[in-house]
Design a binder for this molecule. Structure first.
Ligand code: F6R
Length: 369
């Protein structure tokens, strides 16, 4: 059943190029225009949306966090990301022009379902992004965009996350196409780049042996920090979550800009710190700021594990270990940069002799509030 792999999680990590390719398949015409016919929400309504609220939990919420950066940039629609269990207890401002996007692998997460019901009671349109056909959340939503990751067995989500992120891009590109965008060239390039992503994800997976070796060497560490900025921030959060869930190691993700506002006090000799470095071809000076962050934590004794694009030589002097990922447009980078973190967590938990597929205290779908 595990197809020759020692765990479902590892198998599912290896299935990620296919999960993303299958989620993209059939959703573009030959000219690269998006066709999301399955969104049964009338186009006039989609044109008049003035706010998007993403509701989800855990890893699914991090995919929504990536979606916020992409959709706000491409579509100029404000996007809020809310943990589903917080949403209905804070008197959210929801109206007929709000699109609520509920993201769930299982489609059965009770917290997310209750938030969907609450949003619909308030008059919002609800679109589900879901991996499980016929599950409750899509049934109770106005429309559904299915991810086609295939069944996910391991409790820790991997391929479903990549498929959720890909589906969020599809939604953002579709809305931009429908409503017009200030960046038509960028959008065209993004569509082409998205279709090239499955191969790039595969290239990261091909580096698994090197990542595993590093993970084995760090198996006795008690704490890891993860830093990222822009779309690298939710990637850092996801990297930390994977390590907590399956390796039972204290791990925390931060927006790298927060370092000097507190977390840098945690850095002491030998502290391992992952840093997700934005593309040097990105906007503003983000890349150089994150490179400075690597320098700052290293100067205080941290051991730096750096996720950086191929060809980014600026990180070399300050990195103890570099995990390379192929070059991608900035907003699409999470689909490659999260992969080394997944592999790392899986390898480290395996090295500790833990059951990576069935971590203690956790269930695959959380059907209680
Ligand atoms: C993390 C993980 C959980 C789920 C969360 C939402 O690896 O598996 O954080 O992402 O419980 O589950 P779904 O997507 O089924 O609603």
């Amino acid at each position: 059943v595990k197809g020759g792999y020692d765990s479902f999680m590892r198998k599912e990590i290896h299935e990620q190029p296919t999960a993303v390719a299958d989620t993209l398949r059939g959703r573009f015409d030959t000219r690269g225009q998006l066709m999301l016919d399955e969104l049964r929400i009338p186009e006039a309504e989609l044109r008049s949306i003035d706010k998007i609220i993403v509701i989800a939990c855990g890893t699914a919420a991090y995919s929504g966090h990536v979606a916020k950066y992409a959709i706000e940039h491409w579509c100029r629609i404000p996007v809020e990301v809310e943990l589903a269990h917080e949403f209905r207890y804070r008197d959210p401002i929801v109206g007929p022009r709000t699109l609520v996007v509920a993201i769930s692998q299982s489609g059965e997460t009770m917290d997310t379902l209750m938030a969907v019901r609450h949003a619909r009671e308030q008059g919002a349109r609800v679109l589900a992004i879901c991996n499980t056909h016929g599950s409750t959340i899509p049934r109770e939503s106005d429309a559904v965009l299915y991810t086609h990751a295939g069944p996910e067995v391991a409790v820790a989500s991997t391929k479903a996350f990549l498929a959720q992120v890909a589906a969020c891009y599809l939604l953002g590109l579709f809305l931009a196409q429908l409503r017009g965008t200030k960046f038509p060239d960028e959008l065209r390039e993004t569509v082409a780049a998205l279709q090239a992503l499955p191969d790039k994800i595969q290239r990261v997976i091909d580096t698994e042996p090197e990542i595993e070796e590093v993970a084995r060497a760090l198996a006795d560490e008690e704490s890891f920090l993860f830093l990222g900025r822009h779309v690298g921030y939710p990637v850092a959060l996801e990297g930390a979550l994977k390590l907590k869930e399956i390796a039972y190691i204290h791990a925390e993700g931060f927006a790298a800009g927060e370092l000097k506002h507190g977390p840098i006090a945690l850095i002491e000799e030998g502290q391992p710190v992952f840093v997700v470095v934005p593309s040097p071809r990105g906007r503003d000076s983000l890349h150089s700021k994150v490179v400075s962050n690597i320098q700052e934590v290293r100067a205080r004794g941290a051991r730096t594990l750096v996720i950086a694009e191929e060809g980014d030589d600026d990180v070399v002097p300050f990195a103890d270990v570099i995990f390379r990922v192929p070059q991608t447009p900035v907003l699409l980078a999470p689909l490659v940069s999260v992969v080394p973190l997944q592999i790392f967590a899986c390898a480290l938990a395996t090295a500790k002799g833990l059951d990576v597929d069935q971590p203690r205290n956790l269930a695959k779908s959380v059907t209680v509030e």
